[in-house]
Design a protein around this ligand. Structure first.
Ligand code: ATP
Length: 323
């Protein structure tokens, strides 16, 4: 069980090393425990208002409830005056989509099936505990280690929520390209909300194209609510009909119509992993562009987040980073 330790400083216990990544809410660093030499990832986020603190406490509580090899583990968390630091399991393999784009290895549907199966298994575990992830997207899928490309882990439970059937849960957050129509329309969410995002991730993985991407955020959101999916691009030439059917089922407009994880794992596409060995070379070319564009968007968001964080830290005796 992890309890927040108010006032404890990151640099008292850990040596802060290299940056590992950043997102809308803060920055992630490689840190080493001074006593044991064990390495972790430290994620520091600005936390100034009591309402923000409540949100982070909920994230900590939910992460403590999760114990699955495909879900990132939280070791401890502590609050400074204006920030919160999560000490997380270190995942060294980098973001899955970066690896595919950078290493230009032979991406096949067989491999894609391995990834989507692992995602469905992890999300099934969460859904059985009545927890929704609500931010499934490529950046939140990491490779477990640099030398293993077939083993992944899901990270970032910042938007996760407990779900009680018959108690409407509504939220208005997420990443436009990956959110379901019910999020955009502020309608009640359910397990199907995560299933939609798995459908979008599968579409991108097999083609390198983002199914609802518009010229601006407004257009992207209106494409999501229009829910028109096509496989017209040449990149889909080598993609099997089973994979397209899998995607179509997940990208149904009605949340309740989408198959759950356990149903997905029984879908023909996911249950016959060795039947599709064709190289998805067009997808890899497109993924390079997809990854570059997402990085650009994220770097803008990260600069905004860091400006907010630093403004808070100036007034804070709490943890500061040396790099
Ligand atoms: P977002 O804007 O996506 O909501 P965020 O601010 O919540 O992001 P994370 O998604 O948790 O931050 O982390 C940002 C990036 O840092 C990840 O995409 C990943 O590259 C890296 N990262 C996060 N956690 C770890 C970890 N445990 N080990 C290694 N790298 C990590």
């Amino acid at each position: 069980m992890v309890n927040p330790k108010p006032g404890e400083l990151l640099e008292e216990t850990y040596i802060v090393k290299d940056p590992l990544g950043s997102g809308r809410f803060g920055k992630v660093w490689l840190v080493e425990d001074k006593q044991t030499g064990k390495r972790f990832a430290a994620k520091q986020c600005a936390c100034r208002r009591p309402s923000q603190r409540k949100e982070f406490e909920m994230e900590i509580e939910l992460m403590n409830a999760l114990d699955h090899p495909k879900l990132l583990q939280l070791y401890e968390a502590f609050f400074g005056k204006n920030d919160v630091t999560f000490i997380l399991e270190l995942v060294t393999g980098g973001e899955l989509f970066d690896r595919i784009a950078d290493e230009a290895f032979d991406l096949t549907e067989t491999l894609a099936v391995k990834y989507i199966r692992q995602i469905c298994e992890a999300v099934s575990y969460m859904h059985n505990k009545m927890i929704l992830h609500l931010d499934l997207k490529p950046e939140n899928i990491l490779c477990v280690s640099p030398d293993r490309l077939d083993s992944i882990k899901i990270i970032d439970f910042g938007f996760a929520r407990r779900y009680t059937p018959n108690t409407p849960l509504k939220i208005m957050f997420g990443t436009p390209e990956f959110v379901a129509p019910e999020v955009v329309n502020f309608d009640p969410l359910g397990k199907g909300t995560d299933m939609w995002s798995i459908g979008v991730v599968t579409y991108v993985l097999l083609s390198g194209l983002s199914p609802f991407m518009g010229d601006d955020e407004q257009e992207t959101l209106s494409n999501v609510t229009a829910c028109e999916v096509d496989f017209d691009d040449d990149s889909f030439e080598d993609v099997s009909e089973e994979a397209k059917d899998f995607i179509c089922q997940l990208l149904s407009i009605r949340e309740s119509k989408r198959p759950g994880c356990d149903q997905c794992l029984k879908h023909t596409w996911l249950s016959k992993p060795d039947s599709h060995r064709k190289s998805l070379s067009a997808a890899v070319v497109n993924l390079k562009k997809f990854v570059a564009r997402r990085k650009w968007v994220r770097s803008i968001n990260a600069v905004r987040a860091m400006t907010r964080l630093q403004a808070g830290l100036k007034k804070n005796d709490g943890a500061t980073f040396s790099k």
